[in-house]
Design a protein around this ligand. Structure first.
Ligand code: ATP
Length: 239
C-alpha cells in the first residue's frame, strides 16, 4: 500500500502553544481529501506543515515516506487568496509560467522557452488556452483561481495542497473551479488536500473527508463523516 501521507500523533505548535493536537491519519496515492473545520481549527497550519513550511511539530509526519522539508519539490501549496493581484501587469501565461521558475532556490528573470511551452500545455489541458494572452488583472475571480491552480501544476507536483480554493467565488465560479480540480484528479492522478468551509461543491471529488477542531473529530469516507451527528459535534446541531 503506497501512502502519500502518514501522520501519527501529530502535534503542531506556534512557540509552545499547541494549534493542532494528536492527529493520526493516512492518505493514499491519488486520493483527494476534503479538510473541514471551523475558523482556527488548524487547517492552514496542517497544510503548511505538509508543504514543509512550518517545522515546529512533534509526532510523526511522513510525506512520500520522508519528512516534509525533504520532499518539497513534490508538493505544491496554493495558499488562500481573497483577491490576488500582481504589482506589474502580467499576462495569464506569465503568471502560469512563473510557477515553473523556482527550481533549487533559483529564480530566473527571463522565462525560458521550454517553461512557456509547458505553461501553454497546462493552460490547454485545463481549457484556459484562449485566455493565455489576457491580462491577469482583468480576469474574473473564478478565472484567476483556475489560473493560480494551473500555475501550481508547473512544478509537476505529486501532492497538491489547496487552502480554501472556492471561498471567494460565486456559485458559478465554484462549479468551474471544481471541474478544474476534478480534471486534475482524474487525468493527472495527483493526490490532493482541499480545505473548505462548504463541502457541497466538492463532494463529488472527495474520496476522504477529515473534520478537525484542533484535534481530529472524524476521518473517513464522505458517507461516514458527513453525518449530522458528526458535523453537529463541531458546528452545532443542524437547524
Ligand atoms: P480558517 O478557517 O479561519 O482559515 P484554520 O482552520 O485554517 O482557520 P489556522 O489558520 O491553521 O486555522 O489556525 C489554527 C490556530 O493557530 C489558530 O488558533 C490561530 O490563531 C493559530 N495561528 C495561526 N497562525 C499563527 C501564527 N503565525 N502564530 C501564532 N498562532 C497562529
Amino acid at each position: 500500500m503506497e501512502y502519500v501521507i502518514e501522520a501519527e500523533n501529530l502535534t503542531i505548535m506556534y512557540d509552545s502553544v499547541k494549534a493542532v493536537e494528536g492527529l493520526t491519519f493516512k492518505l493514499k496515492k491519488g486520493e483527494t481529501l476534503l479538510l473541514l473545520g471551523p475558523n482556527g481549527a488548524g487547517k492552514t497550519t496542517l497544510l503548511r506543515v505538509l508543504a514543509g513550511l512550518h517545522t515546529n511539530y512533534q509526532g510523526k509526519i511522513l510525506v512520500f515516506g520522508k519528512s516534509p522539508s525533504e520532499v518539497r519539490e513534490k508538493v505544491a501549496y496554493v495558499p488562500q487568496t481573497f483577491s490576488l493581484n500582481f504589482r506589474v501587469p502580467l499576462s495569464v501565461l506569465d503568471v502560469v509560467s512563473m510557477g515553473g521558475l523556482y527550481k533549487k532556490g533559483l529564480i530566473h528573470f527571463n522565462i525560458p522557452q521550454e517553461v512557456i511551452k509547458r505553461g501553454l500545455e497546462i493552460l490547454d489541458f485545463l481549457g484556459l488556452k484562449e485566455i493565455a494572452k489576457k491580462s491577469f488583472r482583468e480576469l474574473s475571480g473564478g478565472q484567476k483561481q483556475r489560473v493560480i491552480i494551473a500555475r501550481a501544476l508547473m512544478s509537476n507536483p505529486e501532492l497538491l495542497l489547496l487552502d480554501e480554493p472556492l471561498s471567494a467565488l460565486d456559485p458559478k465560479a465554484r462549479i468551474e473551479a471544481t471541474s478544474t480540480l476534478s480534471k486534475i484528479k482524474e487525468d493527472m492522478g495527483i493526490t490532493m488536500i482541499i480545505t473548505t468551509h462548504d463541502v457541497n461543491p466538492l463532494i463529488e471529488i472527495g474520496d476522504k473527508v477529515m473534520l478537525i477542531d484542533r484535534k481530529l473529530v472524524a476521518f473517513g469516507s464522505p458517507e461516514e463523516v458527513l453525518r449530522d451527528e458528526i458535523i453537529g459535534k463541531v458546528y452545532g446541531p443542524a437547524s
